[in-house]
Design a protein around this ligand. Structure first.
Ligand code: SF4
Length: 94
């Protein structure tokens, strides 16, 4: 693999099998908790965003299962689990 590939190109090589049940959820009522803003900054796949109401939302498709959001935000605001077997990310080229 070329060292000149950017992150999005590298992520595009991975395969994601859709999860029927989101394996990471923002705990109800915590959508505006300031700790969640860390996830917007640290998620390498860019799956967290802030909507017009100031709530943090998560689009789970493309999750790398890296656990960074769990460490950054804490389990008080995130219900974090691995996806069911056979779903989720399949890494290519390491
Ligand atoms: S586990 Fe990693 S890729 Fe998945 S949502 Fe959290 S930070 Fe993003």
């Amino acid at each position: 693999m070329s060292d000149s590939m950017d992150l999005k190109a590298k992520l595009g090589l991975d395969v994601f099998k859709p999860v029927s049940n989101p394996h990471i959820r923002i705990r109800p009522g915590m959508e505006k908790d300031p700790r969640l803003k860390r996830a917007v900054m640290v998620c390498p796949a860019g799956l967290y965003s802030e909507n017009e109401r100031g709530e943090i939302v998560l689009d789970i498709d493309g999750c790398l299962e890296c656990g960074t959001c769990r460490l950054a935000c804490g389990v008080e605001v995130l219900d974090w689990n691995y996806p069911e077997g056979g779903t989720g990310v399949q890494f290519r080229f390491g």
